[in-house]
Design a protein around this ligand. Structure first.
Ligand SMILES: Cc1cc2nc3c(=O)[nH]c(=O)nc-3n(C[C@H](O)[C@H](O)[C@H](O)COP(=O)(O)OP(=O)(O)OC[C@H]3O[C@@H](n4cnc5c(N)ncnc54)[C@H](O)[C@@H]3O)c2cc1C
Length: 408
């Protein structure tokens, strides 16, 4: 039977296009559908969203030909400082500091604004043979047939392929339709996200402040600008999100003090209710889940997209290698390789960030003392510090080839 493509991808956020590129570079034919119209996906106005990309993710984007297009817009992360704090106190005098100079590989990551990454991925898809892009098309149904899978689009059109990949975000309709249940819980926290302009230079330093209501990340952007990911208890966050800019800034300022001088909002403000969500399986017959469709983690460690890109790299490698060996890539044993590679690691990281958030999002004096002691111990042990830096850079574990910056 002739199919429209080898693989159908539902979801053209960030992981979907990265997967389409990786698969097409390996010679597979891909069709990608996204509910959003192209003008919306390609919008180049800065909307305040940015990502901390670990070094391994930067290498993967390099191997996909994306990084060279956006490197000029990226801000290297040269240092990470983590400290305990309370509103009004600013950064505590005792903090944990990681410096990129402690490892040989260079900056442990880069900050990149969503608009640059998204457009570069879409441009590369448009230029890569073997990729059909269907923006503005919502998938409403899917069916496994004897020879493959078939999806129905809201427009009434049908597309078929040998397998389907769900890259359709945290509530993944693809996973639900395949009967894949999810495990998870609400954090009772909402992340307030925005960008700010500030008077004083950030010197490429990312700050993580552990405040009683949740962590506050201040992440360097090019120029005197920073991306803020500010987790607060949900009712308070909702009130701040709907407050005017001056009220919002008045609440933000005392939380991180004056080390960046005067601050002002730059672009839109967002609020993301935080929830842990892990798909009980990353695969089903002729189907795999990638990125937030497979796992939604707390942003405390800025790992969500990095995990997704690792899924992309692992799935593409498994499918392309199977094809090269002459195997049918859409069979259960091949898909099991992907699941084995990614699910355990992801569950460990999701639960690790969960524990980390619980440990740090409170003002219990005993826990405060314990974590200050923990930070002190890590600070004093260069070997342990280097391990954490390599972890933050995404260089540990069984790395797929793309994450090593190599072609599949
Ligand atoms: C506050 C916050 C801060 C974060 N900071 C970082 C960070 O610093 N570093 C990092 O690595 N990660 C970070 N993340 C995580 C990161 O944002 C996500 O992991 C990433 O954006 C997920 O991308 P995705 O492509 O998997 O899903 P999404 O971006 O959710 O894309 C899903 C796509 O599927 C489409 N879709 C859904 N249903 C259908 C359908 N039926 N038919 C067709 N299309 C459909 C949607 O239109 C959408 O475009 C952060 C997350 C939050 C909430």
């Amino acid at each position: 039977m002739t199919h429209d493509a080898d693989i159908l991808i539902v979801g053209g956020g960030l992981n979907g296009p990265a997967l389409a590129l990786a698969l097409a570079k390996g010679g597979l034919r891909v069709a990608l559908m996204d509910a959003q119209p192209l003008e919306h996906l390609r919008s180049d106005t800065f909307d305040g969203r940015a990502y901390a990309l670990a070094l391994a993710s930067v290498r993967a984007l390099g191997a996909l030909g994306i990084w060279a297009q956006i490197a000029d817009h990226a801000q290297p992360i040269l240092q990470i400082k983590a400290s305990d704090g309370r509103p009004g106190e600013g950064i505590a005098p005792f903090f944990l500091q990681f410096d990129h100079a402690e490892i040989e590989e260079g900056p442990m990551g880069h900050m990149i604004e969503d608009r640059y990454l998204r457009r570069a991925l879409l441009d590369a898809m448009a230029e890569t043979p073997g990729i059909q892009h269907h923006p503005g098309e919502t998938v409403t149904a899917q069916q496994v047939t004897g020879a493959g899978v078939q999806v129905t689009l809201a427009s009434g059109r049908m597309l078929s392929a040998r397998m389907l990949v769900g890259c359709d975000g945290r509530n993944s309709p693809t996973a639900s339709r395949a009967g894949i249940a999810r495990t998870g819980w609400d954090y009772g926290q909402t992340a307030l996200v925005c960008a700010i302009r500030h008077d004083l230079p950030h010197h490429g330093c990312a700050h993580q402040l552990f405040l009683p209501a949740g962590p506050l990340a201040i992440l360097p952007l090019p120029g005197n600008r920073a991306s803020i990911v500010w987790s607060e208890e949900t009712a308070r966050a909702e009130a701040l999100h709907h407050a005017d800019g001056a009220t919002y800034l008045a609440a933000l300022r005392p939380r991180f003090g004056s080390f960046l001088g005067e601050i002002a909002l730059d672009g839109k403000r967002f609020a993301y209710p935080l929830r842990l969500t892990l798909a009980n399986s990353f695969i089903a017959p002729r189907l795999a889940l990638v990125g937030d469709a497979a796992h939604g983690v707390h942003p405390i460690a800025g790992q969500g997209l990095n995990l997704g890109l690792r899924d992309v790299a692992a799935l593409a490698q498994v499918l392309i290698e199977a094809t090269r060996r002459g195997e049918d890539f859409a069979t259960q044993p091949v898909l099991e390789r992907y699941q084995q590679w990614r699910r355990f690691d992801t569950a460990v990281l999701a639960l690790g960030t969960d524990l980390f958030n619980r440990l740090f999002s409170n003002d219990n004096p005993a826990l405060r003392m314990g974590r200050d002691l923990g930070m002190g111990i890590v600070s004093a042990l260069p070997g342990l510090r280097r391990h954490f830096i390599r972890e933050a850079a995404g260089l540990t574990g069984d790395l797929p080839r793309l994450m090593q910056g190599r072609a599949i």
